[in-house]
Design a protein around this ligand. Sequence first.
Ligand code: ADP
Length: 256
Amino acid sequence: MDGSELIRFDRVTKRFGENTVLDDLDFSVSSGKHVTLIGPSGSGKTTILRLLMTLIKPDQGTIKVDGDYLTHEDRGGKLVEAGEKHTREVRKKIGMVFQQFNLFPNMRVLRNITEAPVHVLGLSKDEAEERARELLDLVGLGDKCDAYPTQLSGGQQQRVAIARALAMRPQVMLLDEVTSALDPELVAGVLDVLRDIAHTTDITMLCVTHEMSFARDISDEVFMFDSGRVIEAGPPEKIFSEPEHERTREFLSAVL
Ligand code: ADP
């Protein structure tokens, strides 16, 4: 990838009632990079992903994806949101995997993956199925095309959810604590798949994770959040080995 800026937040503020969850936040992610967001619970990490998915909107600030605005401020400082059609186009560039896998329970695995490429991207059924089989191989589930989600373990369902997100050929994958709902013995398989994707594809990744060794392995850059602000950012070897900020040291000593 060319390293151009894919995601940009400029002075983004998000409040829920009296609670200022993101406070004048600036940050950016370059194309092809793998960025992880770490920090205490409630520091605003998931809110960033939800803003990018347009599940919620900011109170103030500019959010830009691949040069397209989701929100900006007019000259008077008033928030302007992109129109519905434009927003839909921007969202096509983004794939998201949640804590809960949210597969369609009444559809077999293959159809879970082909549904959106056929209906949203307009791929033919054959094209979508070919791609879905490749992706199932990539996540180590090539033999599960005909299974229903309930016949799979949580880890396998999450790997299907990863394949489903990739099937839309997004430019960026947002990963929101994708292993937190899993039994401990299933975590490694999912992280291995993500490591593999990080190391073998040029997709941009923005991950919220509590898995510090995973963050260390895949990240080009780590952002440490506290109370809605990035208090420290840098390559993983710096953040994990020589953190500058006292809050980062405290957080890491509690989780490592
Ligand atoms: P993190 O991902 O770092 O744990 P979140 O972004 O999920 O943090 O949440 C940040 C803060 O925003 C928390 O205090 C949370 O309670 C609050 N919050 C998140 N979503 C909502 C909501 N829909 N309504 C009210 N408060 C919310």
